[in-house]
Design a protein. Sequence first.
Length: 140
Amino acid sequence: MVRHIVVFFALIGLITQVRAQGTEPAVVEIVAPIGDKLSFGVDDILSVGVPDRTRSNQIKFQVDGITEKAFTKLSFDNLGNQIVIRICGEQVSNPVIRDPLFGGEMAVSGFTEDEAKKIGDVLSGRSTCLQAGPLLNLDV
């Protein structure tokens, strides 16, 4: 029984990688010290929210079932570890996973209003990585 569960989780990661690479360019990449990286595109993102006028300009997004399962596994495997979140190849966050993450909902914050709008546009498919250009203003 345990062997089947391990194989199932391994397949989830493989399917997610293949879907992201086979249907569209990967927009989001999550790299963790334990396990494979998780890459997915806008077709795997169900919803994106960029609240207006918040201090941290937090961006929330929710991913589909297969990507959700892979992300949940990645969070379990990496409790207490720091991960890297890249959007369009740019590192936008490097949080420490404090608790397992369920439901496929993720949030990243700490952006300027312009950066949050660009990232939200890319995640929602309103803009491509190429159209958006650099997401983060590094001239601070």
